[in-house]
Each structure stands twice: as C-alpha cells, then as structure tokens.
Design a protein around this ligand. Structure first.
Ligand code: SF4
Ligand code: SF4
Length: 71
C-alpha cells in the first residue's frame, strides 16, 4: 500500500469539510478545539501513518490548504 504525508496550512482553511468527505481512509477531520486566524475550526489529520498519499483531500480543497507528498 502506498504511503503519503499530508500537510495543512491551517490558517488558510475555512472549515468547509470537503477534504473530510474526500479521504478514503477517514483520517481527516475538523478540529473543533482549534480556531484559526480567520475564525474557523480548521481541518487536520490524525493517524498520519494510515495516509495512502492519494491526494483526494488536496484536490477537494478549494483554498489550496493541503499539500500531499507521496513516499
Ligand atoms: S492523501 Fe488521501 S489518504 Fe491521505 S489524508 Fe489526503 S485523502 Fe486521506
Ligand atoms: S477542504 Fe480545504 S478549506 Fe475546506 S475544510 Fe478542508 S482544508 Fe479546510
């Protein structure tokens, strides 16, 4: 199984949740315990070791918040 790393520029995020719905392994979520500079709860990732580097989250994001690196 491919592996990847995903990075979020959280200050750009508007908390729309599109990336959450796009992740096939369900590791992207909205962090309700954090508020960014725009006043939104930003998206983040947990269990990064499960990321398969598919890039769906980055493709879904309308604001170019997410960068994916394939291992
Ligand atoms: S690259 Fe794919 S598996 Fe990894 S967080 Fe984004 S949508 Fe999920
Ligand atoms: S799709 Fe982009 S703007 Fe929307 S919650 Fe995800 S990272 Fe934030």
């Amino acid at each position: 199984m491919a592996k990847g790393k995903v990075f979020f520029n959280q200050e750009r995020c508007k908390g729309c949740g599109l990336c959450v719905t796009g992740c096939p392994v369900k590791i992207v979520f909205i962090d309700n315990n954090s508020i960014n500079i725009k006043g939104y709860n930003p998206a983040t990732v947990t269990e990064l070791d499960k990321c398969i580097g598919c890039g769906n989250c980055a493709i879904m994001c309308p604001d170019y918040v997410i960068t994916v690196e394939r291992d």
